[in-house]
Design a protein around this ligand. Structure first.
Ligand code: TXA
Ligand code: MG
Length: 323
């Protein structure tokens, strides 16, 4: 039988990255920072390691994983087939918070368990220097979902990973708070289909359309992200959206300068007092966790504009509010 050891939280110096590479190569799980959220990484070729990601997260096995690579060459080597549109998008946004879903070759390096049996592959080249160093030294794709229990709020700090995943993880590389704060945008570039937005995220709809020169298609019955469950990112407390007032036992999550009517509730946090969407995205998950820990009767959230990064923020808030 295996003994349960809590993960080691390491400062990501050369020595720690060496240990993390060794752990990945041995089929163990390593949590690492990306510019969006922390990922729970495994060797993309190792079915057993991938199975332990699903087990550790309590993730349904129909929900495929993103393979992280160093760039477009490595993405092709992994089995991703890039058409002109995918090349254009990768050139514009990699390394960065964009995931491309493309067809994959029959001899795809990414194990089919990580692809949930699909004939497509999700690929991303992260911009975080620790993620890049890990991928570079490991020399093969690393599949990584967000490093949280399935359905919970995604981790933007090493401590979030440690508090959520107490077993099954060998090493957590602590790169401090993540910069973007919401997950990557997922788009599909599939033959005979428009480029479709499967999940809003760190790259905005407007930025993508500027590069493709086309209006983004929406997810469809045939082309979708199996992981986009209505309820996700769920704090324990109820979440009330577009709030303008606050009741006695509630916590307030504000945006911009407008204060809530009706009193102070039990706590106040503001995603961005100046109304900056990038700052709001970076604070979102940590603030939800912080307010949730106070066990309010509900978290009342101010309206956030739906443009730019606001689309991803509102997407996560709606899922957090779904019971
Ligand atoms: O920013 C991010 O994307 C973070 C960091 C760690 O890279 N990762 C992340 O992974 O958010 P995860 O597993 O929490 O979300 C991946 C999403 C899921 O909605 C999944 O269904 C979708 O990508 N996905 C993966 N492979 C797919 C495929 N072949 N077709 C459609 N959707 C896919
Ligand atoms: Mg996730």
């Amino acid at each position: 039988t295996e003994t349960t050891v809590s993960p080691k939280i390491l400062t990501p110096d050369t020595n720690a990255i060496g240990k993390a590479v060794w752990a990945l190569a041995s089929g163990e799980l390593v949590a690492f920072p990306t510019e969006t959220v922390y990922g729970l990484g495994a060797d993309a070729r190792n079915g057993r390691a991938i199975a332990s990601i699903y087990e550790t997260k309590g993730r349904p096995s129909f929900n495929p994983l993103i393979a992280h690579v160093t760039g477009i060459d490595a993405a092709r080597e992994a089995g991703g087939m890039f058409d002109e549109r995918a090349v254009k998008l990768a050139k514009a946004f990699w390394p960065g918070p964009l995931t491309l879903v493309v067809p994959c070759t029959a001899d795809c390096a990414v194990h089919e368990l990580a692809r949930a049996g699909l004939d497509t592959l999700a690929l991303r080249a992260p911009a975080h220097p620790v993620a890049q160093k890990l991928l570079d030294e490991f020399g093969a794709p690393v599949v990584a979902p967000s490093a949280n229990k399935s359905g919970h709020v995604s981790p933007t700090r090493a401590e979030h990973v440690a508090s959520d995943l107490t077993e099954g993880v060998s090493i957590i590389l602590d790169g401090g708070p993540t910069e973007v704060g919401v997950e990557s945008t997922v788009v599909a570039c599939l033959p005979g289909e428009p480029v479709r937005l499967l999940r809003p995220g760190g790259v905005t709809r407007e930025e993508i359309e500027r590069v493709t020169g086309e209006v983004l298609g929406e997810a469809s019955e045939a082309v979708q992200s199996p992981g986009m469950l209505a309820q996700h990112y769920a704090p324990r407390a109820a979440v009330r959206l577009n709030a303008t007032e606050i009741a006695g036992g509630e916590a307030w999550l504000g945006f911009g300068e407008i204060a809530p009517l009706g009193g102070r509730g039990i706590a106040h946090l503001n995603l961005s007092p100046t109304g900056d969407l990038a700052e709001a995205a970076a604070n979102l998950f940590a603030y939800l966790r912080e307010l949730d820990a106070l066990a309010p009767t509900a978290i009342a959230v101010a309206a956030v504009p739906d443009t730019g990064l606001g689309e991803a923020i509102n997407d996560r808030l709606r899922r957090a509010a779904t019971r």
